[in-house]
Design a protein around this ligand. Sequence first.
Ligand SMILES: CC(C)(COP(=O)(O)OP(=O)(O)OC[C@H]1O[C@@H](n2cnc3c(N)ncnc32)[C@H](O)[C@@H]1OP(=O)(O)O)[C@@H](O)C(=O)NCCC(=O)NCCS
Length: 195
Amino acid sequence: MTGGAPGGLPRISVDGGDVELRYMEPGDADAVLAFARSVPKHDLMFLQTDITTVEGVNGWVDDVLLGLAAVILATRAGEIIGFGAVARHEAIWMRHIADLHVVVGTSWRGHGLGHRLASEGLTLARGLGVRRATTQMTLDQIAAMRTFRALAFVPVAVLHDQVSDTNGETYDLLLMHRDLDPGDGGGDEGDAAAS
Ligand SMILES: CC(C)(COP(=O)(O)OP(=O)(O)OC[C@H]1O[C@@H](n2cnc3c(N)ncnc32)[C@H](O)[C@@H]1OP(=O)(O)O)[C@@H](O)C(=O)NCCC(=O)NCCS
């Protein structure tokens, strides 16, 4: 999935500073682990893989190498400050669907980076030819809902008590999706540049 990305990724400006968007490579594993560990665990509960563990990040790297996933990293002065992940379903009967996830470092939120990463992820998903993009978040992630609503995702289901923290407390997960018209090259994906 890494090599097949449509077009290059832009350099953008976030809160007045240069931010580079680039695809994750195997050599980024340690930096991704450090970034994941810097984010509240609650903010990662929608992921299928626990990327705060070495095994989890290595699994992600394997998925990237196998072409099952692509991860767009946002870096500032070489440090990861956010990512957007696109994972395609492996099963042949779900190959038309890609799952999108976005996480921004806590001190970088509210400057448009989340929207930008989600847009780039959506553009990537469209370039892969999938017909539907899905995402999930716990019901308290208001910024996440707004990010995906702005990209025309709609809520489709609430999965009751779907995720659980280390204390055993459970949370509902909101499933959102957006159908992608293969002929639609336009849309709003690139509009809301980070500022
Ligand atoms: C969701 C997330 C990626 C957004 O990143 P961000 O860089 O802060 O997002 P942006 O600045 O681009 O803002 C995107 C939207 O969220 C809104 N938003 C940002 N911070 C907010 C906050 N604290 N409270 C409510 N809304 C907020 C913005 O107003 C914007 O909505 P709008 O387009 O309707 O104005 C970030 O909050 C995050 O990492 N959350 C934890 C992980 C998560 O839940 N990810 C989503 C699951 S896929």
